[in-house]
Design a protein around this ligand. Sequence first.
Ligand code: F3S
Length: 391
Amino acid sequence: MYLTREEERLYDGELGWAYQVAMRILVKLGDLFGADKLIPITSAHISGVSYKTIGDAAIGFLEEIIEAGGKVVVNSTLNPSCLDLERIEDMGVNHKISEKQLRIIYLYERMGIDPILTCTPYYIKKPKEGSHLAWAESSAVIYANSIMRAWTNREGGPSALAAALIGKTPNYGMHRAENREANVLVDVKAKLRSEADFGALGIHVGRLVGDDIPKFSGLKGSDIVCLKHLGAAIASSGAVSIFHLGEGDCDGEDLERITVDDADIRRSVEDLSTTSEKPDMIFIGCPHCSVGEIKKIANLIGGKKIRKDIRLWICTSKYVRERSKPYVNLIERAGGTVLCGVCAVVTWLKELGVDTIMTNSAKTAYYAPTFNNVETMLAPLNECIEMACSS
Ligand code: F3S
């Protein structure tokens, strides 16, 4: 990969160890994937924030970067942690763990990274169409590429941090137009009734396409929240970073074709539901909720109360929570909790006495049985809220 004179100096450590390590990560990736050069990015989004997922080794690495004077040079943001920083006591996380989590966030902040702690950074600052980014968090990556038409590879935590420190990323994969074209057509014959069905479609298709790029027929004009769930799900079961929405039934397209019917969706929902028992928790907000979703939840609750034997967790960013105040107040008066900067998947559910969760998120239903060792039930938002409120 070609390096400018200035990049070579960084690579050789003339500006310190932190930038040298960052350059080495980027060059290694670039060489591996055949990048010709580094290109400037407008933002980085960094995963690897929850102490539950990164552990102690990562803390040592972040401390060394700080000691070596590492500072980010572009707008950089953080994925969720394992805590709501304003409700540490309620989260059932022990003191030692919360100390470690706070330390991780502090270290990232010292590097100049904005601790927005959300997987939906695009609700706070929309990336411009055509801008190059270095985002980790697969659900945000696929949303940025497919819905916002920005350009980002699916970074890991270290490569997103390296890109944030240098302000550049290797020019390969999603950064090149020729790699963003669809190569498989997904003909959706199924009737999709809810965001849970869109998520179930995503899990089904992700399994089939692997790292191919799907174009969906029949989904143009779908609700944006449903598309968010679709993307998060395909990126979970497949290594997919972008999807396209075709015009009409895409009959003229000369692509390999997959047909998805009602039975496929039903089977996918069934696979993602490991139990039909009463849930201990209802979790909404994977990916983190928008203001519109929080409003919808508040409207569904109306004047009802949340059952005492079920926790209702709604997860979002602090930014969205503050802009949804009246709805948050209604939800919390009813007995639900609107948490910020965290999600059920990246925290400890068993310690909270949670064995079973019901969710409208196929991504959560896909990961939680292995990540959190809990049983899951996938259902549309209205059924989740109905369950939370029934007596
Ligand atoms: Fe976000 Fe957690 Fe889901 S980080 S995408 S809410 S697993």
